[in-house]
Design a protein around this ligand. Structure first.
Ligand SMILES: Cc1cc2nc3c(=O)[nH]c(=O)nc-3n(C[C@H](O)[C@H](O)[C@H](O)COP(=O)(O)O)c2cc1C
Length: 227
């Protein structure tokens, strides 16, 4: 059975977010499963409270099976990116949908979790919202409200999409200039790859090892579903 679930909200194929989540999973040395939310049909919570008696979501999409997997996993790594300086929509929808496990018995309580947050904001960039802090806090507050054990967030430096759209140097709304200054050109900006940052790779490994220790120290038995 999957002990650690890796969940990525990034829709980009084999993205920095995906690879960083997988690095943490690998470092746990436990049985893991990686799920890419963009490959699922996952609506946000409808706030219908159809789950209030039996902890089963009534929305007929992939969220039902996902909630079951999440419930049975001892730990998870949620990877998200930061469009408009907050958590991406798929990761947020995922968090909302796990609400079904909350009622009465608190099935999310004690779950061990960590986040991977990918931002395009370069360190020390002035006048830009602190996207990584905002998204990390969103995940941290969700975990707090659900009574989970938060092992923290790994912040990954990704790439502004305008670097590869083909208009990065002449677009009036170019994120290249917004993130790197008005004189910046596409050719001057390095493409960030998670694997090339030795410090970050070491942090991911350390996070995975802490997750392994936490899982082995607190064996959990899923609580039964209420009739
Ligand atoms: C619609 C959109 C809006 C974005 N806005 C921001 C932003 O406000 N702040 C930021 O740090 N990154 C922003 N980004 C950039 C992503 O955070 C960046 O592409 C990230 O590296 C994606 O990670 P990935 O390689 O895992 O896909 C935005 C990306 C998209 C697609």
């Amino acid at each position: 059975m999957t002990q650690v679930l890796g969940i990525s909200g990034s829709p980009v194929r084999n993205s920095n977010t995906d690879r960083a989540v997988k690095a943490v999973l690998d470092a746990t040395g436990l049985e893991t499963e990686f799920i890419k939310l963009s490959e699922l049909h996952l609506e946000p919570c409808r706030a219908c409270l159809g789950c209030k008696n039996n902890n089963q979501c009534v929305v007929r999409d992939d969220g039902q099976a996902l909630a079951e997997k999440f419930r049975n996993a001892k730990a998870f790594v949620l990877g998200a990116f930061t469009p408009y300086s907050s958590l991406d929509g798929r990761s947020k929808a995922f968090m909302e949908r796990m609400y079904c496990l909350r009622h009465q018995t608190g099935l999310n309580r004690g779950k061990i979790g960590a986040a991977v947050i990918t931002t395009a904001v370069p360190p020390g960039a002035p006048n830009l919202p602190p996207a990584a802090d905002i998204a990390s806090q969103q995940v941290a507050f969700w975990m707090m409200e659900e009574g989970m054990e938060n092992l923290g967030a790994l912040v990954v430096l990704g790439n502004v999409p305008c670097l590869k759209c083909g208009h990065g140097d002449d677009c009036e709304m170019s994120g290249v200039k917004m993130m790197h200054g008005p004189a910046a050109e596409v050719a001057d900006v390095p493409i960030n790859q998670f694997e090339n940052d030795d410090e970050l790779v070491a942090e991911a490994k350390a996070l995975g090892q802490r997750m392994r220790d936490a899982v082995l120290a607190t064996p959990q038995t899923p609580l039964p579903v209420k009739a």
